[in-house]
Design a protein around this ligand. Sequence first.
Ligand SMILES: [Zn+2]
Length: 404
Amino acid sequence: MLELSDHARAMASVATTPVERRKMTREIRVVGKVEYNETALAIITTRVEGYVERLFVDYTGVEVKAGDHLVEIYSPDLLVAQQELLIAMSGQSNASLVESAKRKLLLWGLTQEQVDALVRDKKTSDRITLFSPIKGTVTEKMVVQKAMVKPGEVLYRLANLESVWVYLDLYEHEMPWVQYGQMVEVKSEAIPDRTFSGRVWFINPVLNEESRTVKVLLNIDNADHKLKPGMYVSAVIRAEIRANGKAAATGVEGQWSCPMHPLIMKEQAGPCPVCKMDLVQIPGASPATPQDDALPLSVPVTAVLDSGIRKLVYVEKSKGQYVPVEIVTGPRTDDAYPVLSGLDEGDLVVTRGNFLLDSQFQIRGLPSLFYKEGQAAAVGHQHGGKAPSEADPKVQTPPAPHKH
Ligand SMILES: [Zn+2]
């Protein structure tokens, strides 16, 4: 213990603050990019050879509903296949021939209703219409009027933009703070007055070795299509630290959410109230134990002396009396560390003048930041303090400046 007089304390302008339990959050800021929700993409291809007769959707950006017609194709092959079915039905040929003729038409993209109508009405058509399988936006149109198309050719690409994905690249040391289901704030310079909310939807199991980052995927509700694929956004991840120094559970573990509508949270499985898709359960840690759930003991960053190997604070035991205390901390927030061991609530830690105190301890050969066991006085004569033999053998005592 070191005792400072009132005068010495004033000279060192020593200030203290009590250790307290309080809410501690860690903030990670990161830039991300808006991408399509990959689960909400569709490609329109033709299965028959033919010629584009009519384009119902003739420019990109058009919004379509599921079932909307996109394009009509004139196909002589289709006509022949329909006639084959009618011939198979009229003749003495066996049932399997009829079935395979029907199947061919279905495989070429006719609906069951269309085949049934053909069987009933015997009315062939050399046209086939392709319909949109999803509600979405036409993001690419590769086809023009009267063009010839071949089976497998992509005519349109569609994307549902009601939710978008944002990829964030996070460093390894930031990963402990990122959890599945966590809410993340997202802002775009293009929409300065809005703050979007996204949910961590996927954490890449593989690290990119070149950038040393891990891709984290956010799923963001984008009902009004304000966020556009390709945009850059800035994201803020806020994690709360618990008494054990770990990030608090997000509270959504085990709940059910919609891949298309990530803001929907239900206690039970079932269909999404918006799109009727089956809800998906959010995995994650079981609820925290009450002890882990307690608020952390917080010590200001300014109180902590860090040698790189250990962390030390000076505690005021009573007015003017100080002792060094080694502490173990959790990860640092902006202005504080959570203390895992070494301090109790209410302890007065020195937040100003602690470097000066430490040098006083060092000069007097007492245990200090770099000399855990204390050492012989670094300067001048060795009156008091520990004998050199008791000092840490690894520590070289600098030569005294004056010799007698
Ligand atoms: Zn939904």
